[in-house]
Design a protein around this ligand. Structure first.
Ligand code: GLY
Length: 363
């Protein structure tokens, strides 16, 4: 299946030892070599089902599909609507019907190309269609590159909440091409920066300090992406199924998901997580977990990137929305609480205490 073309040297490779094990390849221009890398990880595949975010199609699908074709795959393609409101049962069912209509077999491969919504949904379809076939993640947003394309969390939303139906299913390969971010609208780039800052707060003051603003991140993209996915890889390898260490990656997400939900998903995931991080940092400072200097530094960092460090929703609204989320389905909830920049704890609180924590963190 693989062509004889000379394989491009990959500058940055992060191997993830989860599932069957896979590589995250980070290299400007790597998408023009998709077919060769796909053939290496799916040697028996004849067809590639490219499930592509409508926004990513024009700039990026042609080189990807062209190279898949050159490497011997036949390609079929389905365009997916971007936006959390489309990550639903109807879209999932449409994808399954498409895979069946195209007679995709278990030897074939799904290529998920787009932002987090596409990756989550295409990944879930790949995890469940015919009880599972290989899929390749090609993230086209910063947020998807540094977070959602890595670690095998696949899902769709249910009316009852975000990511309520899903599966842990690791991809066969992740291809991150920083060049594709050149066409990403600024708001979406900044949205992804919230997750980048999150890694600094979670794991490294040095990395946090290096992050000056969005323009500086752009100058250093491949290196920033590599650092983030390496940190995520370490968490996933320790705790693939999200029972312990991996939960820390939800820093800012309890309140962040509530903000997304209350805004009717008008607020981007990263923007909502940024506000959630600032709220939990201020609450942590008030409750004596974190110094006021570090809490202020987190707020200032988010502001330097043009991200929100607060919200207009009330503590009551936020707590109610957070409790409706699946992560709060029990009597207790695990909050990810910064102890210092570079180290966070998992703090289990009674669900009744959540509103008080949020109240403490609102400006
Ligand atoms: N996005 C958080 C995780 O993958 O666990």
């Amino acid at each position: 299946m693989a062509s004889n073309r000379k394989k491009k040297k990959t500058l940055r490779t992060v191997h993830v030892n989860a599932g069957a094990g896979y590589d995250i390849l980070i290299d400007p221009g790597i998408l023009a070599y998709t077919g060769e890398y796909a053939a290496q990880v799916c040697p028996d595949a004849e067809k590639a089902a490219v499930l592509c975010d409508r926004n990513a199609f024009f700039p990026h699908a042609e080189p990807v599909e062209g190279d898949l074709y050159d490497a011997g795959f036949s390609c079929v393609q389905l365009l997916l609507e971007p936006g959390e409101e489309h990550k639903d049962l109807a879209a999932y069912s449409e994808i399954l019907a498409f895979l069946a209509d195209q007679r995709i077999t278990r030897d074939d491969v799904v290529v998920a190309m787009g932002g987090g919504v596409t990756g989550d949904m295409a990944g879930f379809a790949a995890a469940t269609y015919l009880r599972g076939l290989a899929y390749i993640q090609i993230p086209t947003t910063l947020l998807a590159m540094v977070d959602s394309s890595v670690g095998g969390k696949t899902a769709i939303d249910l009316p009852a909440g975000k990511n309520m139906a899903g599966a842990f299913c690791q991809p066969a390969l992740v291809l991150c091409d920083p060049d594709v971010l050149k066409t990403l609208p600024e708001r979406y780039f900044v949205d992804g920066c919230a997750e980048v800052i999150k890694y600094g707060v979670l794991y490294s003051r040095e990395f946090f300090d290096e992050l000056k603003d969005a323009a500086a991140v752009k100058k250093n993209l491949a290196s920033v992406i590599e650092t983030c996915v390496t940190m995520k890889r370490d968490a996933v390898e320790q705790d693939e199924f999200d029972r312990g260490e991996r939960k820390k990656l939800n820093l800012g997400h309890t309140v962040g998901h509530a903000i997304e939900h209350l805004s009717g998903y008008k607020e981007g995931h990263g923007h909502a997580v940024a506000a959630g991080m600032a709220i939990i940092a201020r609450a942590a400072a008030k409750k004596g977990y974190l110094s006021r200097e570090d809490a202020r530094a987190i707020e200032e960092k988010l502001e330097a990137f043009g991200l929100p460090a607060g919200t207009d929703f009330s503590a009551e609204e936020l707590a109610k929305a957070a409790m409706a989320d699946k992560k709060a389905s029990q009597r207790a909830i695990d909050l990810i609480v910064p102890r210092e920049i570079g180290a966070c704890d998992i703090v289990r609180i009674d669900i009744a205490e959540l509103q008080d924590w949020i109240e403490a963190g609102l400006k």
